[in-house]
Design a protein around this ligand. Structure first.
Ligand code: C2E
Ligand code: CA
Ligand code: CA
Length: 279
């Protein structure tokens, strides 16, 4: 009942019984949330490391429940990933992000790229390429304005299925970025075969910069690796001036984090336009 390509294991006992009930409740709550239009997106700037000029945005989903509370993605995306609901939610994200891109252009903002996170079931769904083409065309958005963020585990777990989809999307003009790099299944021999445009250094490594020698070495190595493979390198979790200084010194292309800019609503993004001090 959870969809194709998924095997679930059940063990007897009260715990699994309770979990199953909780999952069912969450599942129907998420389905209703879609129908009631309770999801919304925030956008976090991705900035040029040298100039800190905003060049792209990452779309991040949130859920506003009927009682007004805001649920962060970590608390419902993993649950949604256990069924085909994630595909419906993911397509909603793509459509909303495309609509917002058109709105930004209409407001006179320079053409930005928007990064969209993809879970394994949405990425491996055979209709993704055709639907991406249809959604972008309907919104008047150039595929080059869309960058799909995939984690290493999404790609490497099903490399046989993932690689042809990645090649097809690249052929159609969509960019792909490797998210949370360094934390997953990275295989350097496979990395060179992936049709990707950028790497995102997981924010875990930035935490130790500049005091932890190992973290500094890892961050520098990933920057060098990416640059030598002609990839853009995006550092996540840039919170401090010392992070930015280090990343400038070692040639990281792009930065994302609370220092260059927090995730914000579309309206606030538009208001901040022309006022770089607010980003
Ligand atoms: P992610 O793709 O690694 O996204 C970056 C997360 O880091 C975001 O959390 C963002 O708010 C947070 N962040 C940004 N800058 C900083 C910083 O300087 N310091 C710290 N400590 N955190 C920072 P968020 O929005 O809670 O999203 C969590 C995860 O949920 C994302 O991790 C992504 O894996 C997933 N997610 C978010 N939106 C979507 C979506 O539309 N679809 C799917 N499938 N997953 C999504
Ligand atoms: Ca991401
Ligand atoms: Ca990430």
């Amino acid at each position: 009942g959870n969809g194709r390509d998924l095997v679930s294991y059940f063990s007897p006992g009260h715990d699994s019984q309770r979990r199953t009930t909780a999952q069912l409740l969450m599942h129907s709550a998420l389905r209703e949330a879609l129908q009631r239009d309770e999801f919304f997106l925030e956008y976090q700037p991705i900035c040029d490391t040298q100039s800190t000029r905003m060049v792209a945005l990452e779309a991040l989903i949130r859920w506003r429940r009927a009682d007004g509370s805001i649920v962060p993605p970590d608390q419902f995306i993993p649950m949604a990933e256990q069924s085909r609901l994630i595909i419906l939610i993911g397509r909603w994200v793509i459509a909303r992000a495309c609509r917002d891109l058109s709105a930004l252009r209409a407001a006179g903002m320079p053409a930005l790229q928007v990064h969209i996170n993809m879970a394994a079931p949405e990425f491996l769904d055979s209709e993704l390429p055709a639907q991406l083409v249809a959604i972008t065309a309907a919104a008047g958005v150039d595929p080059r304005q869309i960058c799909l963020e995939l984690t290493e585990s999404v790609i490497m777990q099903r490399i046989d299925k993932a690689l042809p989809v990645m090649r097809e999307l690249a052929r159609l003009g969509f960019d792909i970025s490797l998210d949370d790099f360094g934390t997953g299944y990275s295989s350097l021999s496979r990395l060179k075969a992936l049709p990707i445009a950028s790497l995102k250094i997981d924010r875990l490594f930035l935490r130790g910069v500049p005091h932890d020698g190992n973290d500094c070495a890892i961050v520098r190595s990933i920057i060098d690796l990416g640059c030598n493979m002609n990839l853009r390198v995006i550092a996540e979790g840039v919170e401090q001036d010392a992070h930015l200084g280090f990343l400038r010194q070692f040639g990281c292309t792009l930065v994302q984090g609370y220092l260059p800019g927090r995730p914000m609503r579309l309206a606030d993004l538009m208001a901040a336009h022309g006022d770089p001090a607010r980003l």
